[in-house]
Design a binder for this molecule. Sequence first.
Ligand SMILES: *Cc1c(COP(=O)(O)O)cnc(C)c1O
Ligand SMILES: [Zn+2]
Length: 396
Amino acid sequence: METTAAFAGLTCTDCDGTFSAAEAPGRCPDCGGILDPEYDYDALELTRETFGGNAPGVWRYESLLPFPRSVAVTMDEGETPLVEAPNLADELGVGRVLIKDEGRNPTGTFKDRGQALAVTAAVQHGATDVALATAGNAGQAASAYAARAGLDSHVFVPSRASFINKAMINVHGGDMTVVEGRIGDAGAAYEDAIAEHDDWHSVKTFVTPYRHEGKKTMLYETVEQLDWTVPDHVVYPTGGGVGLVGMHKAATELRTLGLTDELPAMWAAQSEGCAPIVEAFEDGKSVHDAWETPDTICGGIEIPDPGASPLILDALRESDGGAVATSDEEILDSAVTVAQHEGIEMGVTCSAAASGAWALAEDGTFGEDDTVVLLNTGAGNKDADVIRSHLMSKGI
Ligand SMILES: *Cc1c(COP(=O)(O)O)cnc(C)c1O
Ligand SMILES: [Zn+2]
């Protein structure tokens, strides 16, 4: 396997066991825990000037990624703009609101950052096939990156997944199984299938150790875009928590490297229709209880049983952030408000970050000079039908 100089292998977040990348393609070989890439930070000697290299997108941060750009499966994902939202800042009563617009990625969501790394790892492991269960966007991204690498992809989606996701998985040549029901049903079908196919390499959330590693670059970019100031708050629409865990890791790394002093407060925004992280946070628990009847229009965060909840809850507490749930009605309203007041097209799932920020502002959580970053994890026009229907439900 080709890996970068400072990459020191994988550590289990449960049993602290350490493994080389080659011996652990998925979960911890000893206990089944989630594996996290580690680096020899002392050996890196990075300064603010040398932190980002010259490569485009995610691979600009090659020295803090497991694999070098020379072997990367990439479409120049990442390097998304951090767009000022002055009208929202006024409405929320804060100094600045900035929207990290992940809709500008190759398949229209930040899932590309994770799949670029996960599919690169699959190639390094000599895989011929990748597989995952997904609410939709990760499947679209996986089938795209697999196509680029010449791998076959096996994608299990719930019938609820959006038409665009299903259509594009087909267009990329993915082998798609549409499972009646919700993400849990797609997950069960995937488990059955992968048990019968030893040669399928999993690129599922927190099975591959590399999706959060790709997504951590969102925070590196944000801090660089803010000229090395750490934002006070980052509000993130949270499903499996891959992006939140990744960004919190990135903030910790920047501090360890001596490049910043603080951590941004990380906020998990969920829908009231599926809010296991909010419930666990408010109850002071370190693990979630599975949400019994998930029901939200926000497919990307309709994740009733997020296996990484201990990592998510740790990140929220360590960063002095928290968790907030709003209703689907409020979430859809904020997609429309942001589109009408700022021009920016937020996806439906992503708008949970906007309506969550509104709720936090109303609670007095934000200071009047604070800088608040909202993650627009996917392009609004992927959800045009849902947002338009919301207007119709109001007679517009
Ligand atoms: C997958 C997804 C999320 C949730 O991501 P996690 O990292 O699993 O929490 C949020 N928004 C969109 C658009 C997504 O596709
Ligand atoms: Zn372990």
